[in-house]
Ligand binder design. Structure first.
Ligand SMILES: Cc1cc2nc3c(=O)[nH]c(=O)nc-3n(C[C@H](O)[C@H](O)[C@H](O)COP(=O)(O)OP(=O)(O)OC[C@H]3O[C@@H](n4cnc5c(N)ncnc54)[C@H](O)[C@@H]3O)c2cc1C
Length: 367
């Protein structure tokens, strides 16, 4: 069978794009070297938080906001199509500062976001604890972002892959060595056991994107940045909102369970949980919510974020007709799923990028 489109990578990006293309009537195949969703997509905290680190208005900030706001409908769609509740909650998020920490950055963020019409409020320590009583008495100030949200990334990855399959996308296990080009345009992908013909190819290979041969992307365009995480459980812990400190975060999962992270490490492709990484994450968690000092450490893991060279995701048509890239989403790859899938699928179907993708075009690295 000649596929209309071959998608390299079955993480949240590849699966979501396959879903949208299959829904548009395309014959799609997803090539995945491991288990769909098992890499960065399953390692994530699941924070949908464009405002938390937004220091100015730009196209990436707007893309992140639009994507956060598209999650409500996507979560409902996934219940309908895959029968999986991805745990999407518009829980809000608290960015906290301890006594003695500089609150200048909080006030600057508050000022510009309010001026831009976004919802955010400044709290003192007691007000923050009235929202989240588990917070430390050392918390002295906070920003509350009521529209920020969270979900469970492993369920999201599973739901997107299942929904894509139910919409008609095929999933095949295999390592793609490179994209195949004939007569100056995409002809398919090269696997260990031969060529798989396809009219278009989407490279959604996460931290491995630059390793796929023939894309024209240099080795440093997308690189892996390791993040370590732990899951903690305390039966008496009550926490609803995501909590950010200057050293890490807590993401509630309900029922006394939180996921805490994370590290940002240049460690190549080595996925490992280290003593130093764990001790930093745990110290941050216990400082933010002291009850966690007696929590059970349920599990720990690490994952590789696809970090782009210039800080912007790499989304859109590539250097060869029929080649597309959806990668480099770094720390916001869960957040950016709905809008990336919508815009990249539109690019594949039209044969050219929608205007919104101009700042993220892979072609910027060829200039
Ligand atoms: C610790 C951690 C915490 C995070 N927290 C958040 C968060 O709270 N919120 C948020 O928005 N984002 C978060 N992220 C970022 C987010 O997880 C990623 O940006 C996102 O999952 C990237 O999705 P992806 O599909 O591009 O990559 P991946 O999930 O890595 O998927 C790429 C897939 O491609 C496959 N592949 C690669 N090369 C080939 C090949 N040659 N042939 C076949 N298959 C191939 C891989 O096996 C993999 O399954 C976090 C990431 C980490 C590591």
């Amino acid at each position: 069978m000649v596929f209309d489109c071959a998608v390299i990578g079955g993480g949240v990006m590849g699966s979501a794009i396959a879903l949208r293309l299959a829904q548009a009537g395309q014959k799609v195949v997803v090539l995945e070297k491991s288990i769909p969703g098992a890499e960065a997509s399953s390692a994530a905290g699941g924070i949908l938080g464009p405002q938390i680190e937004g220091d100015h208005d730009d196209p990436l900030f707007r893309l992140c906001l639009a994507s956060r706001d598209a999650y409500g409908p996507l979560a409902l769609e996934l219940i309908e199509r895959a029968g999986i509740d991805v745990g999407h909650r518009r829980s809000g998020l608290l960015l906290v500062k301890y006594a003695g920490e500089d609150v200048g950055p909080l006030d600057a963020r508050l000022a510009w976001q309010r001026a831009a019409g976004l919802e955010v409020e400044r709290l003192d320590g007691d007000q923050a604890r009235s929202l989240e009583p588990a917070l430390s008495p050392e918390v002295a100030a906070a920003l509350h972002f009521p529209n920020e949200a969270r979900l469970e990334p492993r369920k999201l990855a599973q739901a997107l892959a299942l929904a894509a399959q139910r919409a008609g996308a095929a999933f095949r296990k295999g390592i793609v060595r490179g994209v195949a080009v004939e007569d100056g345009k995409i002809a398919g992908v090269d696997l260990d056991d031969g060529r798989l013909p396809a009219g278009a190819v989407v490279v959604a290979a996460g931290a491995w994107t630059s390793k796929v041969a023939g894309t024209g992307l240099a080795a440093d365009v997308v690189r892996p940045v390791r993040g370590q995480m732990t899951e903690l459980h305390h039966p008496e812990l009550v926490l609803e909102r995501v909590v950010f400190t200057s050293r890490g975060y807590l993401v509630p999962r309900g029922g006394g369970t939180v996921v805490t992270g994370s590290t940002m490490e240049e460690a190549g492709y080595e996925k490992k949980v280290t003593a130093a990484g764990l001790s930093r994450i745990l110290a941050n968690a216990v400082a933010a919510a002291p009850l966690l000092g007696s929590a059970e450490v349920v599990s720990s893991w690490s994952g590789l974020r696809p970090c782009p060279k210039d800080g912007l995701p790499v989304i859109g048509a590539g250097a060869v007709p029929g080649l597309y890239v959806a990668s480099g989403h770094h720390r916001n790859g869960i957040l950016l799923v709905p809008e990336t899938a919508r815009l990249l699928a539109a690019a594949v179907l039209a044969g050219r990028d929608p205007e919104e993708l101009a700042p993220f075009s892979p072609l910027r690295f060829a200039r």
